[in-house]
Every structure is written in structure tokens, then in C-alpha cells.
Write a protein that binds this ligand. Structure first.
Ligand code: AMP
Ligand code: MG
Length: 340
């Protein structure tokens, strides 16, 4: 009988749904060996999908090389390629999918398409140890409250218009803040909010379990243009109002589902004030509070690699002919056979 340990298997994950091009490498037992990203920063305005896709195509080779260097493994050691299949911006998704298909067919390994939102939930669980949480997923393109029930992550509440991160980003841009690499606009708003003192009245729109942020954004920008309050007070008030809205629907979902863990994930999870609000709600409901670590909050390849492993080891593969991207692939349309 051989006493040799079974050989470790590795998956490379590619994330390219929006402004980030990321490559992550994970072992099949959940050790993240590499997580490298390059963010497209528009010269002005918001994300231009074709420009972002061009960025991804330009940086793909270098990001891949860096990921292999960081991981210490070689392409031939890979057993699986995973990619973000949706939801997201078409040109960006297609660029990542093309790289993934090329790698999988060159290396002769299986390909698996991953739902981006499921990726944010799974990396949050892996990194915090949460097993079956109620999740608030807040990012540049998504805002939803979700929990596992009967085979899928069900949506308990969501935005009816723009995402929370997008609301902070557009506000930041409209008031003249600059998006720099490493300092997203949401983080710039957070820094100014810490110096705010006066709470300015802004529209608070919760409809049932859903919420709407576009009126709040317009009102905050209009108040800035009128010059009637300081930028610090406006950032503070925007955060307090928007975060109270997401916290309210999260609390109701927690009370309804009686989950014992609350998970905060997605780029906006980096925000300390939002973390504090959610922690107080979790405490009141005797649930543990879990916030995804900063380096896995924003879109990243590691979450795709890890979710690809979960899918593949539960029988899911995506043949190349079915690897078309899915721009509006909702989280509640995805079977998650690895959850019981
Ligand atoms: P993602 O879409 O997951 O890549 O996350 C990017 C979003 O997270 C952008 O809207 C950022 O402005 C936002 N974000 C990043 N850091 C912070 C922060 N500290 N506070 C609020 N929002 C943030
Ligand atoms: Mg992003």
C-alpha cells in the first residue's frame, strides 16, 4: 500500500465582471495561494464597458504571470479553470471568458462558470468560517440580502435601482472627488464622513423588503450644488441614510430567517461604519457578525477559484459550447449543491 499523500489539486479563477481583472489560485482544500487584481480607472466618468474590457485584455498576461509567481505553482499543475460567467458587463465578461476558455483548452482541464454573486458569498464564508449566514452583499453593481433555502441562495431584499457602491461612487464623482488606484470613491466618501457632524435630512426609501437609492443620490448631489451644507456633513448623512436602509432590511431578514450568522460581503463591506451598524443588529439577534476581510471584499479572482472548486467537486462543469456569458444571471437562479 502506498503511504504517499494524495497530490493537492489547484484551480485558477478569473474575475472580470466590471472594472477589476482578477486572477486567483486556490487549492481544492480552500487555501488561497494567489489573488492578484488590476483595476481599470476611467480617465473621467463611470466605467465604460468597452474601455474596461480593453484594459482587461491588456493586463491579463501580467496579472496571470503575477498570480503564478505568487502561488509558486506552474500552469501544468492546474486541475481546473473557473471564470465569472455573470452577472456583469458584456464586454468585460467576454474578455475574462475568452482567457478562461483558452487556458482550459490549452491545458486540457475542465472549465466551470461561476456566478459572481455566489462567489462573493462563498469567499466570505471561507474566510470568516460562517457556514449558513444571512448575507448582505453590497458592491459597485449589486445590493442584496440573501440566505440559503431549498437548494439556492434566495433573495430577501434588494435594490430597486442603483447599487449602494454605485450610489457612493456617483456622489463622489459629482462632488469632485477623484478615483485613485487603491482608494475607491466609496473609501474617499467614508474618510470625509468621519469628519461630518450634522445629519442632513435625505430621502429614506424602503419599500417592503426592497430599497431605492437613486432619489437619495439626486437629493445629496442637489444639496451639494446649492452649497448649503459642508461636504463632510453630506458624506456623513449619505452614509447614515443609505446604510440605515440596508441595515433595516437586513435586520428584518435576520428576524425572519432566524439565521445565526450575519455575513457582510462585497466592496462596500470595507466600510467601518456599515460594519458597526450591522454588528449591532447581529448582536441584538444573537447572531455572529462576520465581515469579509478587506482583500477579499472587492471583486477578486480567489472567490471565483474557490467557488469553481465547490461547483466542480459537486458535479458541475461548463463545456466550452455552453460557456456563453450571462449578463443578468441572478443569484437565485443558481443551484448550490454544496449546501445542504
Ligand atoms: P466591487 O464592486 O465588489 O469591486 O466593489 C467596489 C465598490 O466598493 C465601489 O463602489 C467602491 O466605491 C466601494 N468601496 C470600496 N471601499 C469602500 C469603503 N471603504 N466604503 C464604502 N464603499 C467602498
Ligand atoms: Mg469592482
Amino acid at each position: 500500500m502506498s503511504t504517499q499523500e494524495p497530490k493537492e489539486r489547484y484551480c485558477l479563477g478569473i474575475e472580470s465582471t466590471a472594472d477589476d481583472f482578477g486572477v486567483g489560485i486556490s487549492t481544492f482544500s480552500g487555501q488561497i495561494l494567489a489573488n492578484i487584481s488590476d483595476c481599470y480607472v476611467p480617465a473621467e466618468g463611470g466605467i465604460h464597458p468597452r474601455e474596461a474590457a480593453r484594459h482587461h485584455a491588456c493586463v491579463a498576461e501580467i496579472v496571470l504571470k503575477e498570480a503564478f509567481t505568487q502561488s509558486g505553482i506552474k500552469p501544468k499543475d492546474l486541475s481546473l479553470i473557473a471564470f465569472s460567467q455573470g452577472p456583469g458587463l458584456g464586454p468585460c465578461l467576454r474578455t475574462g471568458a475568452t482567457v478562461a476558455r483558452a487556458l482550459a483548452s490549452y491545458l486540457g482541464v475542465p472549465l466551470v462558470g461561476v456566478n459572481h454573486s455566489v462567489g462573493h458569498i462563498e469567499i466570505g464564508k471561507l474566510q470568516t468560517g460562517a457556514k449558513d449566514p444571512l448575507t448582505l452583499y453590497v458592491s459597485g453593481g449589486n445590493t442584496l440580502v440573501t440566505a440559503f433555502s431549498f437548494g439556492r441562495y434566495r433573495v430577501f431584499g434588494e435594490t430597486l435601482d442603483i447599487a449602494l457602491g454605485n450610489c457612493l461612487d456617483v456622489f463622489g464623482r459629482e462632488v469632485g472627488l477623484k478615483h485613485k488606484k487603491g482608494v475607491p470613491l466609496g473609501a474617499a466618501v467614508e474618510q470625509l464622513a468621519q469628519r461630518g457632524k450634522e445629519l442632513v435630512l435625505l430621502p429614506y426609501v424602503v419599500k417592503g423588503m426592497d430599497l431605492s437609492l437613486s432619489g437619495l443620490l439626486t437629493a445629496a448631489v442637489t444639496l451639494f450644488q446649492k452649497g448649503e451644507c459642508t461636504l463632510e456633513d453630506l458624506c456623513y448623512s449619505l452614509q447614515e441614510t443609505a446604510f440605515s436602509m440596508v441595515t433595516e432590511i437586513t435586520e428584518r431578514a435576520l428576524a425572519h430567517t432566524e439565521k445565526k450568522e450575519l455575513l457582510l460581503t462585497g466592496g462596500v463591506a470595507a466600510n467601518k461604519r456599515l460594519q458597526a451598524m450591522l454588528k449591532s443588529v447581529a448582536d441584538e439577534h444573537n447572531a455572529t457578525f462576520n465581515s469579509v476581510p478587506l482583500k477579499f471584499a472587492t471583486d477578486n479572482g480567489a472567490m471565483i477559484a474557490w467557488t469553481g472548486i465547490l461547483a466542480f467537486t459537486h458535479g458541475l462543469v461548463t463545456p466550452v459550447e455552453r460557456s456563453f456569458v450571462r449578463l443578468r444571471w441572478r443569484v437565485d437562479k443558481v443551484d448550490v449543491p454544496w449546501m445542504k
